[in-house]
Write a protein that binds this ligand. Structure first.
Ligand SMILES: [Zn+2]
Length: 64
């Protein structure tokens, strides 16, 4: 699973904190999908789905 590697790489660059706060909805997340999303898109999955169209999300994730 590609996300796994991304999260591991990302965690090495992050401070000790295991949580990330979404600047849009101000909720904190600690699951890896939301963390990848927050790092990549600067918002959680929910906000990304609401605010961005799928093409942009795919481009940011560099997936097909
Ligand atoms: Zn959010």
């Amino acid at each position: 699973m590609k996300y796994k590697k991304k999260v591991e790489a990302m965690r090495r660059t992050l401070p000790e904190s295991e949580e990330l706060e979404c600047p849009e909805c101000k909720l904190s997340f600690y699951d890896e999908f939301n963390m990848v999303c927050l790092t990549t898109l600067k918002m959680c999955l929910l906000c990304a789905n609401r605010k961005l169209d799928k093409q942009i999300i795919k481009e940011k994730y560099h997936v097909e």
